[in-house]
Design a protein around this ligand. Sequence first.
Ligand code: ASC
Length: 154
Amino acid sequence: MFRKIVLLTLLTAFSGSLFAASAEERAQTAIDTRQGLLKVVASYFGPIVGMARGQIPFDAAVVEKNAGKIAQLAPMLEDVFAKDTRESGLQSGAKDGIWEDMADFKGKAATTTERAIALANAASQGKGPTMKAFGALGASCKGCHESYREKDEG
Ligand code: ASC
């Protein structure tokens, strides 16, 4: 009897946490999740920026690995941006245009994936070709930010 009550209490609490999140909580979670994904992307991008600037030595293995990780992460962008948070009233840098033209957003993310794959493949060809491919990847990141990120408004 007592064990049943304990179990029921636990189940109620658990399902509460799963299903009873408010609309605002769900929107905030979506915002945190997509910002988190972009932070992970940036964590793989950063070391290659350092190499491009000559701040750290060129390392083809790191470029290949990090570009490969970005190629795995970029297809997740359309998933983590699937939830439309326009009506949530919560602050984020995401512009409404993302959900006004999701096909374009997905296309830009797909270009980023392709260019990350190209960068991973270029890494073994030396610093010159690698940095050219890296420039193309950076341009696709920047292009999407200019269209869809508030602080890149132009
Ligand atoms: C990053 C980051 C960006 C892009 C951009 C590429 O790591 O935070 O906004 O790369 O600099 O051009």
